[in-house]
Design a protein around this ligand. Structure first.
Ligand SMILES: C[S@@+](CC[C@H](N)C(=O)[O-])C[C@H]1O[C@@H](n2cnc3c(N)ncnc32)[C@H](O)[C@@H]1O
Length: 218
Protein backbone atom coordinates (compact mmCIF):
# COMPACT_ATOMS: atom_id res chain seq x y z
CA UNK A 1 0.00 0.00 0.00
CA UNK A 2 1.77 3.14 1.11
CA UNK A 3 4.92 1.25 2.03
CA UNK A 4 6.67 2.02 -1.23
CA UNK A 5 5.22 5.52 -1.33
CA UNK A 6 6.50 6.60 2.01
CA UNK A 7 6.57 10.28 2.72
CA UNK A 8 10.13 11.48 2.42
CA UNK A 9 10.77 14.70 4.20
CA UNK A 10 13.93 16.66 3.64
CA UNK A 11 15.60 18.19 6.62
CA UNK A 12 16.56 21.81 6.68
CA UNK A 13 13.80 22.72 4.23
CA UNK A 14 10.99 25.05 5.32
CA UNK A 15 7.98 22.81 4.97
CA UNK A 16 4.51 24.02 4.12
CA UNK A 17 2.86 21.46 6.37
CA UNK A 18 2.79 20.14 9.91
CA UNK A 19 4.38 16.71 10.17
CA UNK A 20 1.10 15.29 11.55
CA UNK A 21 1.02 11.56 11.91
CA UNK A 22 -2.63 11.29 10.95
CA UNK A 23 -4.17 8.29 12.71
CA UNK A 24 -5.48 5.87 10.13
CA UNK A 25 -8.67 3.93 10.92
CA UNK A 26 -9.36 0.34 9.88
CA UNK A 27 -11.58 1.51 7.02
CA UNK A 28 -8.87 3.84 5.81
CA UNK A 29 -6.30 1.05 5.91
CA UNK A 30 -8.70 -1.06 3.87
CA UNK A 31 -9.01 1.73 1.28
CA UNK A 32 -5.25 2.24 1.13
CA UNK A 33 -4.52 -1.49 0.81
CA UNK A 34 -7.12 -2.04 -1.84
CA UNK A 35 -7.23 1.12 -3.92
CA UNK A 36 -4.01 3.10 -3.53
CA UNK A 37 -2.06 1.02 -6.04
CA UNK A 38 -4.62 1.84 -8.79
CA UNK A 39 -3.66 5.49 -8.55
CA UNK A 40 -0.05 5.35 -7.42
CA UNK A 41 2.72 6.75 -9.58
CA UNK A 42 6.18 5.21 -9.56
CA UNK A 43 8.93 7.29 -8.02
CA UNK A 44 10.11 10.04 -10.34
CA UNK A 45 11.57 11.80 -12.18
CA UNK A 46 8.54 11.27 -14.39
CA UNK A 47 8.48 11.13 -18.14
CA UNK A 48 4.93 12.26 -18.85
CA UNK A 49 5.15 11.31 -22.54
CA UNK A 50 6.04 7.77 -21.60
CA UNK A 51 3.46 7.60 -18.81
CA UNK A 52 0.53 9.42 -20.40
CA UNK A 53 1.29 10.04 -24.08
CA UNK A 54 0.07 13.44 -25.24
CA UNK A 55 -2.45 14.04 -22.45
CA UNK A 56 -2.40 17.33 -20.59
CA UNK A 57 -1.14 17.04 -17.04
CA UNK A 58 -2.54 19.00 -14.09
CA UNK A 59 -0.92 19.06 -10.67
CA UNK A 60 -2.61 19.66 -7.32
CA UNK A 61 -0.66 20.34 -4.12
CA UNK A 62 -2.45 19.62 -0.83
CA UNK A 63 -5.51 17.94 -2.31
CA UNK A 64 -6.86 16.94 1.11
CA UNK A 65 -9.52 14.28 0.64
CA UNK A 66 -9.62 15.08 -3.04
CA UNK A 67 -12.97 16.78 -3.59
CA UNK A 68 -11.44 19.17 -6.14
CA UNK A 69 -9.32 16.39 -7.65
CA UNK A 70 -12.38 14.27 -8.28
CA UNK A 71 -14.38 17.23 -9.59
CA UNK A 72 -11.60 18.02 -12.04
CA UNK A 73 -11.11 14.40 -13.12
CA UNK A 74 -14.81 13.93 -13.83
CA UNK A 75 -15.06 17.14 -15.86
CA UNK A 76 -11.83 16.49 -17.80
CA UNK A 77 -11.71 12.78 -18.61
CA UNK A 78 -9.03 13.23 -21.29
CA UNK A 79 -6.56 14.92 -18.93
CA UNK A 80 -4.52 13.56 -16.06
CA UNK A 81 -4.56 15.09 -12.61
CA UNK A 82 -1.71 14.31 -10.23
CA UNK A 83 -2.73 14.98 -6.63
CA UNK A 84 -0.15 15.25 -3.87
CA UNK A 85 -0.90 15.09 -0.18
CA UNK A 86 1.09 14.48 3.01
CA UNK A 87 -1.85 13.38 5.16
CA UNK A 88 -2.56 9.66 4.84
CA UNK A 89 -6.17 9.63 6.08
CA UNK A 90 -7.00 12.21 3.40
CA UNK A 91 -5.36 10.09 0.70
CA UNK A 92 -7.41 7.10 1.79
CA UNK A 93 -10.61 9.14 1.20
CA UNK A 94 -9.37 10.26 -2.17
CA UNK A 95 -8.48 6.79 -3.45
CA UNK A 96 -11.69 5.26 -2.10
CA UNK A 97 -13.85 7.91 -3.76
CA UNK A 98 -11.87 7.84 -7.00
CA UNK A 99 -12.24 4.05 -7.06
CA UNK A 100 -15.99 4.24 -6.36
CA UNK A 101 -16.41 6.79 -9.15
CA UNK A 102 -14.45 4.57 -11.55
CA UNK A 103 -12.00 7.37 -12.38
CA UNK A 104 -8.87 6.38 -14.25
CA UNK A 105 -7.32 9.81 -14.85
CA UNK A 106 -6.18 10.50 -11.28
CA UNK A 107 -2.70 9.77 -9.97
CA UNK A 108 -1.70 10.22 -6.36
CA UNK A 109 1.58 10.67 -4.49
CA UNK A 110 1.97 10.58 -0.74
CA UNK A 111 4.73 13.10 -0.60
CA UNK A 112 5.71 16.73 -0.23
CA UNK A 113 4.24 18.43 -3.29
CA UNK A 114 7.04 20.99 -3.37
CA UNK A 115 9.76 18.34 -3.42
CA UNK A 116 7.86 16.33 -6.01
CA UNK A 117 7.48 19.38 -8.19
CA UNK A 118 11.18 20.20 -7.87
CA UNK A 119 12.60 16.70 -8.32
CA UNK A 120 10.09 14.63 -10.30
CA UNK A 121 8.37 17.02 -12.68
CA UNK A 122 10.11 18.26 -15.83
CA UNK A 123 10.26 21.94 -16.64
CA UNK A 124 7.50 23.32 -18.88
CA UNK A 125 5.40 20.17 -18.58
CA UNK A 126 2.25 21.12 -16.62
CA UNK A 127 -0.92 22.68 -17.95
CA UNK A 128 -1.93 24.01 -14.52
CA UNK A 129 -1.04 23.84 -10.87
CA UNK A 130 -3.87 23.91 -8.34
CA UNK A 131 -3.75 24.62 -4.61
CA UNK A 132 -7.10 25.04 -2.91
CA UNK A 133 -7.18 26.39 0.62
CA UNK A 134 -3.48 25.87 1.28
CA UNK A 135 -2.65 26.14 4.98
CA UNK A 136 -2.76 29.89 5.74
CA UNK A 137 -0.10 29.84 8.47
CA UNK A 138 -1.72 32.93 9.99
CA UNK A 139 0.85 33.70 12.69
CA UNK A 140 3.42 36.15 11.43
CA UNK A 141 6.33 33.97 12.53
CA UNK A 142 4.88 31.09 10.47
CA UNK A 143 4.23 33.08 7.28
CA UNK A 144 7.48 31.71 5.85
CA UNK A 145 5.85 28.28 5.63
CA UNK A 146 3.24 29.42 3.13
CA UNK A 147 3.03 27.61 -0.18
CA UNK A 148 2.64 30.85 -2.11
CA UNK A 149 5.97 32.44 -1.30
CA UNK A 150 8.33 33.67 -3.95
CA UNK A 151 10.78 30.76 -4.17
CA UNK A 152 7.98 28.19 -4.50
CA UNK A 153 6.10 30.34 -7.00
CA UNK A 154 9.31 30.56 -9.07
CA UNK A 155 9.51 26.77 -9.02
CA UNK A 156 5.85 26.49 -10.08
CA UNK A 157 6.40 28.88 -12.98
CA UNK A 158 9.36 26.81 -14.19
CA UNK A 159 7.23 23.68 -14.31
CA UNK A 160 4.31 25.21 -16.20
CA UNK A 161 3.94 25.16 -19.96
CA UNK A 162 4.31 28.63 -21.50
CA UNK A 163 0.54 29.21 -21.37
CA UNK A 164 0.06 27.37 -18.05
CA UNK A 165 -1.99 28.62 -15.14
CA UNK A 166 -1.87 28.55 -11.37
CA UNK A 167 -5.32 28.33 -9.84
CA UNK A 168 -5.81 28.79 -6.12
CA UNK A 169 -8.42 29.67 -3.55
CA UNK A 170 -8.25 30.83 0.03
CA UNK A 171 -10.58 31.96 2.77
CA UNK A 172 -7.79 33.91 4.44
CA UNK A 173 -7.94 37.49 3.11
CA UNK A 174 -4.42 38.48 4.05
CA UNK A 175 -3.00 35.33 2.40
CA UNK A 176 -5.15 36.01 -0.66
CA UNK A 177 -3.54 39.43 -0.88
CA UNK A 178 -0.10 37.81 -0.67
CA UNK A 179 -1.06 35.37 -3.43
CA UNK A 180 -2.07 38.25 -5.69
CA UNK A 181 1.23 39.98 -4.95
CA UNK A 182 3.51 37.03 -5.49
CA UNK A 183 1.76 35.38 -8.47
CA UNK A 184 2.50 37.09 -11.80
CA UNK A 185 -0.42 38.28 -13.93
CA UNK A 186 -2.81 37.25 -11.20
CA UNK A 187 -6.33 38.41 -10.56
CA UNK A 188 -9.41 37.49 -8.62
CA UNK A 189 -11.51 35.04 -10.52
CA UNK A 190 -14.58 32.86 -10.17
CA UNK A 191 -14.79 29.31 -8.89
CA UNK A 192 -13.83 26.86 -11.65
CA UNK A 193 -17.04 25.09 -12.75
CA UNK A 194 -15.60 21.70 -11.81
CA UNK A 195 -14.55 22.63 -8.28
CA UNK A 196 -17.01 21.63 -5.54
CA UNK A 197 -16.99 23.29 -2.13
CA UNK A 198 -14.22 21.54 -0.25
CA UNK A 199 -13.92 20.54 3.38
CA UNK A 200 -11.70 23.47 4.29
CA UNK A 201 -13.76 25.87 2.28
CA UNK A 202 -16.82 24.79 4.29
CA UNK A 203 -14.91 25.66 7.47
CA UNK A 204 -14.10 29.11 6.11
CA UNK A 205 -17.69 29.69 5.06
CA UNK A 206 -18.98 28.55 8.45
CA UNK A 207 -16.70 31.15 10.04
CA UNK A 208 -18.18 33.71 7.58
CA UNK A 209 -14.92 34.28 5.80
CA UNK A 210 -14.96 35.41 2.20
CA UNK A 211 -13.60 33.01 -0.41
CA UNK A 212 -11.02 34.40 -2.84
CA UNK A 213 -10.52 32.52 -6.11
CA UNK A 214 -7.24 33.47 -7.76
CA UNK A 215 -5.85 32.74 -11.20
CA UNK A 216 -2.37 33.47 -12.50
CA UNK A 217 -1.55 33.12 -16.18
CA UNK A 218 2.05 32.24 -17.08
C1 LIG B 1 -6.12 23.36 4.61
S1 LIG B 1 -5.92 21.83 3.82
C2 LIG B 1 -6.89 21.98 2.31
C3 LIG B 1 -7.24 20.65 1.72
C4 LIG B 1 -8.12 20.68 0.48
N1 LIG B 1 -7.44 21.29 -0.64
C5 LIG B 1 -9.43 21.36 0.76
O1 LIG B 1 -9.70 22.42 0.17
O2 LIG B 1 -10.22 20.82 1.56
C6 LIG B 1 -4.27 21.92 3.20
C7 LIG B 1 -3.72 20.56 2.86
O3 LIG B 1 -2.48 20.71 2.22
C8 LIG B 1 -1.63 19.65 2.64
N2 LIG B 1 -0.27 20.09 2.36
C9 LIG B 1 0.36 21.18 2.87
N3 LIG B 1 1.59 21.31 2.34
C10 LIG B 1 1.73 20.27 1.47
C11 LIG B 1 2.79 19.86 0.64
N4 LIG B 1 3.94 20.54 0.56
N5 LIG B 1 2.62 18.74 -0.12
C12 LIG B 1 1.47 18.06 -0.07
N6 LIG B 1 0.43 18.39 0.73
C13 LIG B 1 0.56 19.49 1.48
C14 LIG B 1 -2.00 19.44 4.09
O4 LIG B 1 -1.67 18.14 4.53
C15 LIG B 1 -3.51 19.66 4.06
O5 LIG B 1 -4.20 18.46 3.85
Amino acid sequence: MLENARLKVEHGVIRTFHARRGRVTKNQIYALENYFSQFELPEGPWDFKELFGTKNIYFEIGCGSGESTIGFAKANPDSIIIAIEVHRPSISHLVENAHNEGLTNIRVAYSDGVQVLRDWVSDKSLSSIFAFFPDPWPKKRHNKRRLFRSEIVELMLKKLKPDGQIIAATDWAEYGKQMLEVLPNSKLSIRPSWRPITKYERKGLAAQREIMEIISQN
